[in-house]
Design a protein around this ligand. Structure first.
Ligand SMILES: [Zn+2]
Length: 539
């Protein structure tokens, strides 16, 4: 009886829905959402979501600090496989293990699509998380009112980031990434650009220079909100040096700047108490020196090493855990008004693009360690910690492996016979690994230079098999997990649009909320009042 009644009710709802859709007219049916979409609508929807979840609660959260951890490309499958790998490294079967952040009490799923792309890129998704509005693929803190690659189209479309709000409020600010610091995810915090690839002036087309656009490295060094950024740690130093400069660690690599500027010298002149470091020894010495000046660490000409390869780095570089620990210690000294720290484990994504699950998972485990270190250093009564991914990757985890099956190995069914007989095989009698990819360079081509069919899947350079060949694996469009803990975290549950993450942070930190309110115009959207373009053109 009960079930029957529920079915009738469902049918009635469907009928009502159809009637109301038809009443809305055919154009609404064809493109029901996009017609109404704008920066204002994304922003308002994010605010409404949080207000709805907050309800009539009269005690608003009072967080002082926020740490946003972004595992680039860290899909749910990545988390499940990394949890098992970590457990197996500790001598367990693995499945029963939890990563540290998996024990956070709040969990949501975020829809990651860009305004123009079903499966997103990191620029548009990070823009959603740190400005509160979804945007297009390639967008660095500009909204969908701008056009990719068109400098002049940014006018009126540049958005205020979490970092901007914190810097304006005299809070301490930090950006940490294992990628180039000018790469899409970190860039969305301190730069405004309609094109993610404008990392140095070499990447800027002449039309953009004429229209007064500045490259992302330059925007980092010239960042003029408040006292500037307190902590910047990552890779990518080549974008800061002129083309006649040779890298101290890899002398064959030259600077990327065509304008002849040395942005590191400029940064040092701007911050006489600041410390620039480029290797592990200098980093450790700077942190031990007990100075409270800002720090800029750029540990590779391009991206930092994967955690697995880090011990072999010629110049030596810190781990993500070390960078996070040092950042929090310094941020706590830089301001007594709290801090905003954003940490990206950026190379989980790169390893997935290469179909190399080993490095994706070992970077995820190090990311987890950095999160555990951070939580141990802060007062959790006043710190909101959010762990999420910008988008997923098409790593798959399948077969019917026995409990404790090595996660990197072939899928071996439970049973008593010899392992070779229990190993799952495809139609060509090839053994099947537990982890595979939907797309990427691991597709078994006959013209491949390395035949991964003959390589042991337990070796670190192994590429898992891909179903469809792509030079570089594509991102995936599935939802990503959002784990959170601390004051204000309890609004992050259910399935959310990704820009809701920004609004949950603003809701939790009164200081950011006040800064945002000062910048709001009649539309209700906070307006960026900093430099976007040089009026004089490309100086
Ligand atoms: Zn990617």
């Amino acid at each position: 009886m009960h079930i029957g009644h529920g079915l009738i009710e469902g049918e009635t709802i469907l009928k009502l829905l159809r009637v109301s859709l038809l009443a809305g007219g055919f154009c609404v049916l064809l493109n029901p959402v996009q017609a109404a979409e704008s920066a204002e609508s994304w922003y308002q929807a994010g605010q409404n979501w949080i207000e709805g979840r907050q309800g009539t609660a009269d005690t608003k959260p009072q967080a002082r600090n926020v740490i946003l951890f972004v595992g680039d490309g860290m899909s749910l499958t990545t988390v499940a496989a990394a949890r098992i790998l970590q457990g197996q490294q500790q001598g367990q079967t693995g499945e029963e293990n939890y990563l540290f952040f998996e024990r956070f009490e709040n969990l949501a799923l975020a829809k990651t699509y860009n305004t123009n792309q079903q499966t997103p890129d990191s620029a548009g998704t990070m823009t959603a998380m740190v400005t509160g509005v979804k945007s297009f693929a390639g967008a660095i803190a500009v909204d969908q009112g701008a056009t990719r690659g068109d400098c002049a189209s940014m006018d009126g479309a540049t958005r205020v980031s979490l970092l901007d709000l914190a810097a304006q409020s005299d809070m301490a600010t930090g950006v940490v990434s294992t990628t180039r610091i000018t790469h899409a995810t970190p860039a969305a915090l301190f730069a405004k650009s309609p094109e993610r690839s404008w990392e140095s002036d070499r990447g800027l087309p002449p039309t953009a220079v004429e229209a007064g656009c500045r490259d992302i490295a330059r925007q980092l060094v010239e960042y003029d909100v408040g006292r500037g950024i307190d902590v910047v740690l990552g890779g990518g130093r080549r974008a800061f040096y002129p083309s006649d400069w040779s890298d101290p660690e890899y002398p064959d690599i030259m600077g990327h700047r065509s304008d002849g500027r040395n942005l590191i010298t400029e940064w040092q002149e701007r911050f006489p108490a600041g410390r620039y470091v480029w290797n592990h020894e200098e980093f450790k010495a700077a942190m031990a020196a007990d100075s409270d000046g800002p720090i800029l660490g750029l540990f590779q000409p391009s991206h930092m090493q994967y955690e697995f390869d880090r011990p072999d780095d010629p110049g030596g570089e810190p781990s993500l855990s070390e960078m996070v620990t040092a950042s929090i210690e310094l941020l706590q000294k830089r301001s007594d008004q709290g801090f905003v720290l954003v940490v990206e484990s950026g190379r989980i994504d790169h390893a997935h693009h290469a179909n190399n699950a080993w490095r994706a998972l070992t970077d995820t485990i190090e990311f987890n360690q950095a999160i555990e270190a951070a939580v141990g250093l802060v007062d959790m009564d006043e710190t909101l910690v959010i762990v999420t991914a910008d988008h997923a990757h098409a790593l798959t985890f399948d077969g019917y492996g026995v409990r404790g099956n090595p996660i990197m190995g072939y899928a071996v069914r439970p049973g008593d016979g010899p392992e070779s007989e229990r190993t799952m095989r495809d139609h060509e009698d090839q053994p099947m690994t537990v982890l595979n990819y939907a797309t990427g360079p691991g597709y078994r081509r006959d013209d491949a230079t390395i035949d991964f069919r003959t390589m042991d899947p337990l070796t670190p350079d192994y590429k898992q098999k891909a179903g469809t060949w792509q030079y570089s694996a594509t991102h995936a469009g599935e939802d990503v997990p959002v784990y959170s803990i601390g004051p204000g975290a309890d609004v992050l549950y259910g399935v959310v649009e990704q820009n809701v993450i920004y609004h949950s942070i603003i809701n939790a930190l009164p200081r950011l909320k006040q800064a945002e309110e000062r910048l709001r115009d009649a539309s209700g959207l906070p307006q960026w009042d900093g430099v976007t373009r040089n009026d004089s053109g490309g100086d």
